[in-house]
Design a protein. Sequence first.
Length: 137
Amino acid sequence: MKPPQAILETVIYASDLDAAERFYHEVFGLEILRKLAGQFVFFRCGQQMLLIFDPEKSRTADAANLIPRHGTTGTGHFCFRVDNKAEVDTWRDHFQSLGIEVEHYQRWNNGTYSVYIRDPAGNSVEVGEAGLWEPST
């Protein structure tokens, strides 16, 4: 069987969906594709989707919604992809200009870079170079 081509969607959870919506729309410029107040907000990011659910609502049984229930406790992590170190640095500077604390700036063994921040729900958000998962030279 042929492996999947890519990850189509990434899900994180936030109890305050309004704060999450503002953060990802205003800080990252993501397009809001769909939202349902108090339940979820969906963003387009290139060819992928970032889905943010209220963790309590996504775990609660709903006869009108046949999608399997899901949710988690605690914070998650994901990484936005950029092309090069200059873009990582531009994002780092952008976060700092908005007063968003840069939690960590990383130079990886293969010479690539990434920067870490936290979203309003405490999720770890990374912006990293496309070559991050290439072997070290």
